[in-house]
Design a protein around this ligand. Structure first.
Ligand code: BTN
Length: 274
């Protein structure tokens, strides 16, 4: 299949390494100078039949999207990418793809830069309690089949936190801020895609428990007193677990367990033991 991406496509900020070309994830990797959103481009390509594992990278996004239809500010220097996946699985398992991606990001940041990254439900990767990465998975389903999933990953890499709007600066960080230097995005992308590739092989075998356990190991907020706010309700209690659909299990003050599907989590008090 031939996909004509036009002039925008010619830009290559960093090249994908040869060895990725033999793999599922990142073969091909398409680079763009500027896109509205890499997720939108990946979805468009998916509808045009491009193959599983196609990765879309943009140097900047002018309509980057976050969870709950929020804007995702995507300055130059960041790593903004989307991965197209076509797993033959029931759509109910799609949330595990987000968990898989957050684990892969946290592990890659820990391994490559010796940072201590952790995961905050539902899909944030934090360093020093500040958000360094967000993940947005979007799916298209037909009856009981998942036609495709697009996993969008935004990593704040080579820019100062001042490039973000004022209201996000206290709660966000970037690799540049944490390491006091710029990172090689080519290597970061390469390592991240390899990590995702190996977890995705586990996912397609249906071994979700392995992915969930890894997620729990990095989710240091588990055990903490939290508040989860969604457009429907505000829930307060102890975050005790996540289930296999990515829902957070909160133990309320009266001892009952509440399953929360979406919302923003705020840590009120961390537990002593973690
Ligand atoms: C969030 O934390 O709210 C999720 C943010 C996801 C941002 C990434 S950047 C690459 C991809 N393209 C988008 O428009 N969004 C995702």
């Amino acid at each position: 299949m031939c996909v004509n991406m036009g002039r925008n496509r010619a830009y290559q900020p960093f090249k994908v390494r040869e060895d990725l070309q033999k793999r599922i994830i990142g073969s091909p990797t398409l680079y763009f100078r500027e896109l509205p959103s890499t997720n939108d481009m990946a979805k468009e390509l998916a509808l045009r039949g491009v193959r599983e594992g196609t990765v879309v990278v943009a140097r900047t996004q002018n309509k980057g999207r976050g969870r709950q239809e929020r804007k995702w500010i995507s300055p130059e220097g960041g790593l903004w990418l989307s991965i197209l996946l076509r797993p033959r699985t029931n759509p109910k398992h799609a949330p595990v793809l987000t968990l898989l991606a957050s684990v892969a990001v946290a592990k890659t940041l820990n391994r490559s830069f010796q940072l201590k990254s952790e995961i905050k439900w539902p899909n944030d990767v934090l360093v020093n309690m500040k958000k360094i990465c967000g993940i947005l998975t979007e799916t298209r389903t037909k009856r009981e089949t998942l036609e495709f999933a697009v996993v969008g990953i935004g990593i704040n890499a080579n820019f100062a936190v001042d490039a973000l709007p004022a209201h996000l600066r206290d709660s966000s960080t970037t690799l540049q801020e944490e390491l006091k230097r710029e990172v090689e995005r080519e290597t970061l992308l390469h390592d991240l895609l390899l990590e995702i590739e190996s977890s995705y092989k586990v996912f397609v075998k249906g071994q979700f428990t392995h992915i969930l356990d890894e997620w729990r190991g990095l989710a240091t907020f588990l055990g903490a007193e939290v508040e989860v706010e969604s457009h429907r309700e505000k829930v307060e209690g102890r975050a005790v677990n996540i289930d296999s659909y990515g829902a957070l299990i909160v133990k309320l003050r009266n001892g009952t367990l509440r399953r929360v599907l979406s919302g923003d989590l705020r840590i009120i008090e961390k537990s002593e033991s973690r």
